[in-house]
Design a protein around this ligand. Structure first.
Ligand SMILES: [Zn+2]
Length: 192
């Protein structure tokens, strides 16, 4: 199944491809860095709206274990760990959306507490292609919120990787997304 990208109505959402979520980082997604060359190819598919989300936390964020949260300290705003993966072709990204930027606010979804939905609406975007990290957390939450916002949502399945705290979490996340009307495609099926 081939899908043709239409720059007038489609946008790419690159979710949290940050150093801390890649091997060697503070909260690594297994093989998370494998998405980088795939996403770089998608970024060059056409002259379309490309948006990257990022975790951009204060040092005492509520999700961190010292604050009683469930995650190790990660993606503290302005630190090297919060930077995009160095091989991500960030020059092709038109807009960056920072999320969970205050101590009390957790946000797995790029839509949560951000201007993402308003920005997409202003640009006339009707369909989003979602890729990045992690399948079972921020990719899933972003894709589901896209559906709730009334968008067509497509997950690029070879351009996501998951945490798998429990084995099967990624498959369950994909099933959950499909049940919500979200399509899954392979990057090779995308055309300019
Ligand atoms: Zn976080």
């Amino acid at each position: 199944m081939t899908l043709t990208v239409n720059p007038a109505r489609d946008a790419l959402i690159v979710v949290d491809v940050q150093r801390d979520f890649c091997p060697g980082g503070a909260l690594p997604v297994p093989r998370g860095d494998e998405v980088v060359p795939i996403i770089n190819r998608i970024l060059w598919l056409g002259d379309w709206l490309t948006i990257a989300t990022r975790d951009w936390h204060p040092p005492d964020h509520c999700s961190f274990t010292p604050q009683g949260g469930i995650w190790p300290v990660h993606c503290v705003a302005g630190t090297p760990g919060a930077a995009f993966h160095p091989e991500l072709d960030a020059g092709r990204i038109r807009q960056v959306v920072s999320k969970a930027t205050t101590r009390e606010a957790e946000a797995y979804s790029g839509f949560q507490g951000t201007e993402l939905q308003a920005h997409l609406a202003r640009q006339g975007i009707r369909r989003i292609f979602v890729c990045g990290l992690a399948t079972d957390y921020c990719v899933k939450a972003t894709a589901l919120d896209g559906r709730k916002a009334g968008l067509d949502v497509v997950v690029v399945e070879d351009a996501v990787r998951g945490v798998e705290v429990t084995p099967g979490d990624c498959a369950a996340a994909m099933a959950h997304m499909r049940a919500a009307g979200i399509r899954a495609v392979q990057s090779a099926d995308l055309r300019a």
